[in-house]
Design a protein around this ligand. Structure first.
Ligand code: ADP
Length: 191
């Protein structure tokens, strides 16, 4: 098994690239954002509780996403590895993920971080709002808050992973195909 984190601020293209990379390398794409939105769509109690937090651009509690991921890790078979998208988002989530993987004889093999200019992020999120109908993409103040939350709570994971020697920055500017090629080239080195 080879396990990757795809990482970067909101709008950096993690979701778009993950779907394609998972298919190319036979990885299981695990997106906590998608899982949470599925709870909201299904109208579950958890979904109802989380939707307010998400609509403000804040993070849901660590234990909620950790539990979701643990369930998926234990109930998925047949892939070559995992591609974690939008998880972990705090250092605490990272430590939990490492423990979950270590307990099962695995590790985080590489963290691929998409670097994208701030103005480009905002532009992409506003454009996405038109297509996705995601409420957290529509409001510029919520977009700015998500980028702030990323800087404050999520970015410190980069330093944590850098110390472990698994950090790999990737240029996230350009066309979807260009970025896909760059990410694929890094993944190929490990697969
Ligand atoms: P984006 O990367 O574009 O912000 P996501 O789909 O990954 O979008 O996440 C949407 C929202 O779901 C986040 O703003 C946050 O509220 C919540 N969320 C997703 N993943 C996590 C996580 N690992 N920890 C906490 N909150 C999360």
């Amino acid at each position: 098994m080879v396990n990757f984190l795809i990482f970067g601020p909101p709008g950096s293209g993690k979701g778009t690239q993950s779907v394609r990379l998972a298919e190319k390398f036979n990885l299981l794409h695990l997106s906590t954002g998608d899982m949470l939105r599925a709870e909201i769509t299904a109208g579950t109690e958890l979904g109802k509780k989380m939707s307010l937090i998400m609509s403000k651009g804040e993070l849901v509690p660590d234990e909620v996403v950790i539990e979701m991921i643990a369930y998926k890790i234990d109930n998925s078979k047949g892939s070559f590895g995992f591609l974690f998208d939008g998880f972990p988002r705090t250092v605490a989530q990272t430590v939990s993920l490492e423990k979950m993987l270590n307990d099962r004889g695995m590790k985080i093999d590489k963290m691929l971080v998409l670097d994208v200019d701030h103005d480009e992020l905002v532009k992409r999120l506003i454009a996405r709002a038109e297509l996705s109908g995601r409420p957290d993409d529509k409001d510029p103040a919520v977009i700015e808050n998500r980028i702030e939350v990323y800087k404050e709570k999520t970015e410190p994971i980069i330093q944590y992973c850098n110390q472990k020697g698994i950090y790999q920055p990737v240029n996230g500017m350009g066309t979807i195909n260009d970025i896909f090629k760059r990410l694929s080239d890094y993944m190929k080195k490990l697969i």
